[in-house]
Design a protein around this ligand. Structure first.
Ligand SMILES: Nc1ncnc2c1ncn2[C@@H]1O[C@H](COP(=O)(O)OP(=O)(O)OP(=O)(O)O)[C@@H](O)[C@H]1O
Length: 345
C-alpha cells in the first residue's frame, strides 16, 4: 500500500503534488525551513535542510543538543505547533508532499504509513486510558478490521516487542509501566499498521544503558525484518555506527555533512563532524569536550554557521555560505576547506 492509496487523490491537492522520485526513494526532504516567532525574535531552527531516506535503509540524524534534529522531524510529520511554522520546503513521501497535507490527511498517513516513536513514551500514551483501549483507538481511527479482535491484534503486537504476558499490560494504565516497558508499548503501536517508514526521535532517552541497547536492537529488528526504512534521531555517534546505514550531520539547523556511515565516521570532511567524533568518550582516554556554543539562532550568522568554533576558519567563512562538495560514493559536506580528510581515531 502506498501513501496515495491511503490518501486517494492527494496528488491533486494544492501544495501536495505527486511527483516522480528516484526508484527506491521513500522520503526526500528539500529546502525544509522552520522558524519560531518568539518575543526575542525569529528563531532560525531549521534552515534549508535536504536529505533523503531510501527503502529498507536506516538513516541517522545526529548533532548536539539544539541543532534542530527534533524540529526537522516534527516539521516533516506536521507536528510543529505555533509559535513554530514551516515556512518553506517539500517532504516527498512516496510521491506525496507531506508539507502540503493538513489535519485528517496527515493523521491518516501518520500511524498507517509512518510510525513515530517519540523521546518520551509517556507523552505518547494517554494516561487515563487502558492500553488495550489505546490500541483499539488506533485501529478504529484507521478503519482497520483485523482477522481476529482488536485485542488479539494488540496482543500479537505486544508479543512482537518482547512483552511476555501481554494481557496484564493491555489491562493496565501507562503509569503502571516502567520506562522500558512503556517504550516497548509505543513501539508496538508505531509498528501496528505496518508503516513503510519509522521515525524515532531519541527513542532511548532516560533509559538505562542495557535497556537502551535492547530497545534499539528491537526497533532495528522490526524495521529490517519487514523491509521498512527508519529515520533515527540521536546525539550518539556510537548509535549511528552500530545501527545506521547513512548519517545526516546537523549543525545550527543545517545539514553540514551526510553520507554512508563508514565514510562519514572514518573520514569526516567537515570540521564539526571531526569535532563530534573526537568528543566520543573512549575507554582509558581523557574526555574531549566540544568547545564553544551553537550560534545565536535569532541573529543567525552569515557565511558558515560553524565559523566561530572552527579551528580552521579563514577569510570566506564569516560571510560566504559554503557550497556542497561531494566525494567518493556520495559523501557530501558544506565547508570552504578542501584539505584531505582527517582520520579520527
Ligand atoms: N517552541 C519553541 N520555541 C522557540 N524555539 C524553539 C521551540 N522549539 C524548538 N526551538 C528551538 O529550535 C532549535 C532546535 O531545537 P531542536 O529541539 O530541534 O534541537 P535538537 O537537535 O533536537 O536538540 P535535542 O537533542 O536537545 O532534542 C533550538 O534552538 C530550540 O531552542
Amino acid at each position: 500500500m502506498t501513501a496515495r492509496d491511503v490518501l486517494p487523490g492527494t496528488g491533486a491537492l494544492p501544495g501536495a503534488p505527486a511527483t516522480t522520485q528516484p526508484a527506491g526513494r521513500l522520503l526526500e526532504v528539500s529546502g525544509l525551513t522552520t522558524r519560531f516567532d518568539t518575543p526575542d525574535g525569529l528563531v532560525h531552527a531549521v534552515n534549508g535542510v535536504d536529505f533523503h531516506v531510501d527503502r529498507a535503509e536506516i538513516v541517522g540524524v545526529v548533532g548536539e543538543s539544539g541543532c534542530g534534529k527534533s524540529v526537522t522531524i516534527r516539521s516533516i510529520l506536521g507536528l510543529v505547533r505555533p509559535p513554530g511554522r514551516v515556512v518553506d520546503g517539500t517532504a516527498m513521501f512516496d510521491g506525496v508532499d507531506l508539507l502540503g497535507l493538513r489535519g485528517a490527511q496527515l493523521r491518516r498517513l501518520r500511524g498507517r504509513q509512518i510510525g513515530f516513536i517519540a523521546q518520551n513514551p509517556f507523552s505518547a500514551l494517554n494516561p487515563v486510558l487502558r492500553i488495550h483501549r489505546q490500541f483499539a483507538n488506533i485501529m478504529a481511527a484507521h478503519g482497520v478490521r483485523s482477522g481476529g479482535t482488536a485485542r488479539d491484534r494488540a496482543r500479537t503486537a505486544l508479543a512482537d516487542v518482547g512483552i511476555a504476558g501481554p494481557d496484564r499490560v493491555l489491562d493496565g494504565y501507562p503509569h503502571q509501566l516502567s520506562g522500558g516497558m512503556a517504550q516497548r508499548v509505543v513501539i508496538a503501536m508505531a509498528m501496528l499498521l505496518d508503516p513503510a517508514l519509522v521515525v524515532a526521535d531519541e527513542p532511548t532517552t532516560g533509559l538505562d544503558l542495557t535497556v537502551q541497547r535492547q530497545i534499539l536492537d528491537l526497533i532495528r529488528g522490526l524495521v529490517q525484518q519487514h523491509g521498512r526504512s527508519m529515520l533515527l534521531v540521536t546525539h550518539d555517534l556510537g548509535v549511528v555506527a552500530q545501527y545506521c546505514d547513512r548519517v545526516v550531520v546537523m549543525y545550527a539547523g543545517k545539514v553540514i555533512e551526510h553520507g554512508a556511515v563508514r565514510d562519514v565516521l572514518n573520514t569526516p570532511r567537515h570540521p564539526y563532524t571531526q569535532a563530534l567524533i573526537r568528543a566520543v568518550p573512549r575507554p582509558g582516554q581523557p574526555l574531549v569536550h566540544l568547545t564553544g556554543r551553537l550560534p545565536d539562532l535569532v541573529d543567525y550568522p552569515r557565511g558558515c554557521p560553524f565559523q566561530a568554533r572552527c579551528p580552521d576558519a579563514f577569510a570566506p567563512c564569516d560571510h560566504v555560505i559554503p557550497e556542497a562538495a561531494t566525494v567518493g560514493g556520495g559523501q557530501t559536506y558544506w565547508c570552504h576547506l578542501s584539505k584531505e580528510p582527517e582520520v579520527v581515531r
